[in-house]
Design a protein around this ligand. Structure first.
Ligand SMILES: O=P(O)(O)O[C@H]1O[C@H](CO)[C@@H](O)[C@H]1O
Ligand SMILES: O=c1cc[nH]c(=O)[nH]1
Length: 290
C-alpha cells in the first residue's frame, strides 16, 4: 500500500514534515533531549558534526564520537511531541520515500533520553541520576494505537485503587525499558526507577500556583503506592510515550533522568546545568565504549 500525501508528509526537499530531516541525516543511535539548547551541549562533545538541521523545537545534530555515529534531537516537551518525533524517525528508516511503501527490511533504532525530572521519594535526592525501568503513562498516548503490548493489569488495578484515580483522566498504562540497552548504560552511578509520565508540569504533577488541583493528595498517593516492592520514583513528561512507540515500532529505548527537583522535600538543584553536563558526558562515554 502506498502512503498518501496527507499521511506521510514529505517536504519539497525530500525531508520528513516536522523534523526536516532526510533519511541519511540520522544515525541509528539517537539521543533525545527535551530542551533545544541541550542539543549543542551533547554535540559539543562529538569529534565532528556532520548534520545540523532544525524546524520548530526539533533541532538535530548528527556527528561522530570515538568512531561511532550518533544523532541528538530535541523533542520539546510532552508525549504529543514524542508521537511526532518517533513516528517520523521510524519513517525515515523504515519507509521508502520514493515508493511511499513500508520497507521489507526493518531497521531498529536505539533511543536514549537524557532529561530532567522531579523525584517524589525523600530518599532520591536532587542531583542524582535515575534510569526508568518502568514508566506509568498518565497521558493516554498508548490508547490511540492498536497495541499488543501485554498490560500490567494487576499493577494498574492496584494503582487505580490506591490513588482512587478519577475516571475523567486517561487510564494509566505501564511499559518497560529495553533491558539490553539499559544494561549498556547502567552502573552504580544510576538507580533504576518507576517513572510517572504526566501530561503537564503544573496540575498534572500536583503543582498548584494559583489553580487548585482536582486531587491535592495525589503526589502523596503516588509516593506511598507500593506493589511487589515496586515504588514510583519520579515524574516527568515523555518516558511512557518513548517506551510505548519504541515497543510498538520495534526500536529500543531507555530514559535517563537528572533529578533536579524533589517534590517531597521541596528541594530544587542549586546547579541543574552542572549535573546535566555530568549525565551527558557519562552517557556518551557508555555509548561509545566497547
Ligand atoms: O528537561 P526535559 O528533557 O525537557 O524533561 C523535563 O523537563 C520538562 C519540564 O520542565 C519536561 O519535558 C520534562 O519531561
Ligand atoms: O518536577 C519536575 C522537574 C523536571 N521535569 C518535570 O517534568 N518535573
Amino acid at each position: 500500500m502506498n502512503l498518501s500525501d496527507s499521511e506521510l508528509i514529505i517536504n519539497k526537499d525530500g525531508s520528513i514534515y516536522h523534523l526536516n530531516l532526510l533519511p541519511e541525516d540520522i544515525a541509528t543511535t539517537i539521543i533525545f533531549v527535551g530542551d533545544q539548547n541541550r542539543v549543542s551541549k551533547v554535540s559539543q562533545n562529538f569529534d565532528s558534526i556532520e548534520v545540523k538541521k532544525e524546524k520548530r523545537e526539533f533541532v538535530t545534530h548528527t556527528g561522530h564520537l570515538n568512531g561511532k555515529r550518533i544523532s541528538v534531537i530535541s523533542t520539546g516537551i510532552g508525549t504529543d511531541n514524542i508521537d511526532i518525533v518517533i513516528n517520523e524517525l521510524d519513517a525515515l528508516v523504515n519507509i521508502d520515500f520514493k515508493t511511499r511503501k513500508i520497507k521489507e527490511k526493518h531497521t531498529s533504532l536505539n533511543f536514549i533520553r537524557i532529561g530532567t525530572s522531579g523525584s517524589i521519594q525523600p530518599d532520591i535526592p536532587v542531583d542524582s541520576f535515575l534510569m526508568s525501568e518502568y514508566a506509568i503513562g498518565f497521558d493516554g498516548l498508548l490508547h490511540f494505537y492498536d497495541t499488543k503490548i501485554p498490560p500490567f493489569t494487576e499493577l494498574i488495578n492496584a494503582f487505580i485503587e490506591h490513588t482512587n484515580w478519577s475516571n475523567k483522566k486517561a487510564d494509566p498504562y505501564i511499559i518497560k525499558y529495553d533491558e539490553e540497552l539499559g544494561n549498556k548504560i547502567l552502573s552504580n552511578h544510576i538507580r533504576l526507577g518507576f517513572t510517572g509520565t504526566n501530561t503537564g508540569f503544573y496540575g498534572p504533577q500536583g503543582r498548584s500556583l494559583r489553580l487548585a488541583v482536582q486531587d491535592p493528595e495525589l503526589n502523596d498517593k503516588l509516593s506511598s503506592f507500593e506493589y511487589n516492592n515496586l515504588k514510583l520514583t519520579n515524574l516527568e513528561m515523555e518516558t511512557s510515550g518513548i517506551y510505548t512507540l519504541s515497543a510498538l515500532l520495534n526500536h529500543k529505548a531507555v530514559s535517563l533522568n537528572c533529578i533536579i527537583a524533589n517534590r517531597s522535600t521541596g528541594d530544587f538543584s542549586k546547579n541543574p546545568e552542572v549535573i546535566m553536563t555530568d549525565l551527558i558526558k557519562y552517557t556518551l562515554k557508555k555509548l561509545t565504549e566497547d
